[in-house]
Design a protein around this ligand. Structure first.
Ligand code: ADP
Ligand SMILES: O=C(COP(=O)(O)O)[C@@H](O)CO
Length: 584
């Protein structure tokens, strides 16, 4: 368990503060995470990495000369938001283009891609690499769907060395892709982990058992066995990794970097005992181990577990892997690092958003929006544990806390905007930004999109009409399906949003008042959420363990139906309904 914390919700922020205070020689704080505190070569490619917090030294411990230029630091086990990634990338930019590097998780993909789009729209050449080294998370034929674990390090290290050596962006991307193709990891776990202040572990492994292939956020593994001896475990890890040698390579005579990673509470001494046998087995197979790494490189709080990574080198990758680097958690050789000036070290202050003009009617309607958000917050607060429980069955168990973070941030931003005289559209748009920014994760990105779409449709001039609200919800459906690529039937929140939106539009078109149309559509949403129990997940965290989720509804679908019903309750409240156009 995590013992030392103050307010649990402040843990990630306070952790970053302490990290920067103790590692100022390498990093400075910037909005969204950290960037190098030392001068980078002008015109070189910047490598910006990132992911959820709780995995130190991934990702901030890998920022420094010869390694990353910046790291976007999300909340605990949740991807950073697109805004965070964008801010860190802007702070790290050297003028030679930007490579975004992250582990292949749904939330990370959504947010890093949004940040990439925004950087490109400003004319910055930006590319991405999603690391996919975990062999137990999908079959080889679907390597692009695999998760990223300790193999992040090999990909980031060689890409950064290529950037440092002056390779142009295309070539840096080529190196990162080649390294990802040649990196394979396999892990096991003995216990789960407990987030700061949480009454129970986020996930568990039965006592005396070993979960084979369990992910670093507790994603269910591919099997479970009794706990083997260290030598037996070494044999399992090496055997499975040698069964999947990258295309065109021979085991005999191959030069390979082995990385034995501890997940948090396996001791270094245990890792050395395990590595002793790994080294013997690699040598017996005819493999030349180059620069082995044994230690904590990607962790998961106090999770007990370990993973073995094999990075299959070629001469260029070997040279880049061995190039000097100096980051808080990874140092090799000698680098020259020139500190930035004091004024360069001061992170740009976050700007206060200007509130656009709004009509008095729209300002009044903004309070109805705030009431709806408060209702959504209350229903999420009452269901945090249950949403986590559902998500843990086949996903990573953090849906409740992710939604809680998002709706709290959205409500606070909306309350502030109402106070500052914002119209309904602006209130929704600021709530959307706050949700996506503070929650991160898949649901953060998607709920941010949804609120933004409705805000845009409602605008700041008129009282919201039923038609405008229905059009906003339809636009939310379109943009979420377009961006997240889930279709109806994939077992995601789209299974609720799509029929809800269709029913709402149909009822409004038939002339129903908003509250009645919403009520009809809310019943459709509730049934649709329940019906996801019969589906097999085809998207997101739950996909690799599809069969485990049969009989349980999708967590994101359930939370969406709960919020839709809670909003309906506010629409039947007369003080709120008077703020709608049809009742003006
Ligand atoms: N591509 C997608 N499109 C729409 N919804 C998705 C997609 N992938 C996952 N989801 C939804 O997101 C929910 C999980 O949200 P969250 O807990 O934030 O995810 P994670 O922790 O996996 O990033 C799922 O239950 C599902 O409803
Ligand atoms: O969990 C992480 C991000 O994935 P989500 O899909 O946002 O949950 C994070 O810890 C790894 O970057």
């Amino acid at each position: 368990m995590t013992r030392l914390f103050n307010e649990p919700s402040a843990f990630a922020d306070e952790m970053i503060e302490g990290f920067v205070a103790s590692h100022g020689r390498w990093v400075r704080r910037v909005p969204g995470g950290v960037a190098r505190s030392t001068r980078s070569t002008p015109g070189s490619v910047a490598l910006v990495i990132g992911g959820g917090s709780g995995h130190y030294p991934a990702f901030a411990g890998l920022v420094g000369q010869g390694l990353a230029h910046g790291a976007a630091m999300g909340n605990l086990f949740a991807s950073p938001s697109a805004q965070q990634v964008y801010n860190v990338a802007k702070a790290a930019d050297n003028g030679g283009g930007i490579l975004l590097g992250y582990g292949n998780y749904a939330g990370d993909v959504l947010h890093f891609t949004q940040a990439q789009d925004k950087l490109r729209a400003e004319g910055i050449d930006c590319r991405s690499i999603a690391v996919t080294d975990d062999i137990s998370s999908a079959p080889l034929a679907e390597k692009h769907k695999r998760r990223g674990i300790a193999g992040d390090l090999t990909v980031f290290k060689v890409a950064a060395a290529a950037a440092e050596a002056g390779y142009p962006l295309d070539a840096v991307v080529g190196i990162a892709e080649r390294a990802n193709e040649r990196t394979r990891s396999f892990g096991v776990a003995f216990t789960g982990c407990t987030l700061p202040g949480a009454p129970e572990p986020l996930f568990t492994v039965p006592a005396g058992r070993m979960a084979v292939g369990m992910g670093i956020h507790g994603e269910p593994g591919i099997g479970e066995t009794g706990i083997p001896t260290a030598d037996e475990l070494a044999e399992l890890l090496v055997k499975d990794l040698l069964a999947e040698v990258p295309d065109g390579l021979q085991i005999q005579g191959a030069r390979v970097v082995p990385i034995l990673n501890g997940l948090g509470s396996v001791k270094y001494e245990e890792l050395f005992v395990l590595y002793r046998r790994v080294a013997q087995l690699l040598a017996e197979a005819g493999i030349i181990a180059v620069d082995p790494q044994v230690g904590e490189l990607v962790t998961s709080f106090d999770m007990a577990g370990t993973s073995l990574t094999l990075f299959w080198l070629d001469p260029e990758l070997e040279q880049l892997w061995l190039a000097p680097a100096d980051a808080p958690a990874f140092r090799r050789g000698a680098v020259t690092a020139e500190a930035l000036d004091a004024d360069e070290l001061t992170a740009a202050a976050e700007q206060l958003t200007v509130i656009p003009d709004a009509s008095d009617e729209s300002k009044a309607s903004a309070t109805a929006v705030l009431a709806a958000l408060h209702a959504a917050k209350a229903v999420i607060d009452a269901n945090v544990a249950e949403l986590g429980r559902i998500d843990a069955i086949a996903g990573d168990g953090d849906h409740g806390i992710g939604m809680e973070r998002g709706i709290h941030a959205a409500t606070a931003a909306a309350a502030d905007a109402v106070e500052r005289g914002a119209g309904a559209g602006t209130v929704l748009e600021l709530a959307a930004d706050a949700w996506a920014d503070k929650a991160g994760g898949t649901s953060g990105a998607l709920w941010g999109m949804a609120l933004r779409a409705v805000g845009h449709a409602v605008g700041n001039t008129e009282r919201p009409t039923a038609q405008a609200v229905a059009a906003g919800v339809a636009e939310a459906k379109r943009s979420i399906m377009d961006f997240g690529k889930a279709k109806v039937g994939d077992k995601t929140l789209v299974d609720v949003l799509a029929p809800f939106s269709d029913a709402l539009t149909a009822a409004v078109t038939d002339g129903s008042r908003l509250r009645d149309a919403w009520g009809t559509a809310a019943a459709v949403a509730e049934q649709a959420a329940e019906a996801t129990a019969t589906l097999l997940p085809l998207m997101g965290r739950a996909r690799p363990h599809a069969e485990k989720s049969l009989g349980t509804p999708d967590a994101g679908a359930v939370s969406m139906a709960l919020i839709i019903r809670a909003i309906h309750n506010t629409l039947t409240d007369t003080t709120v309904t008077t703020l709608l156009k049809e009742n003006a």
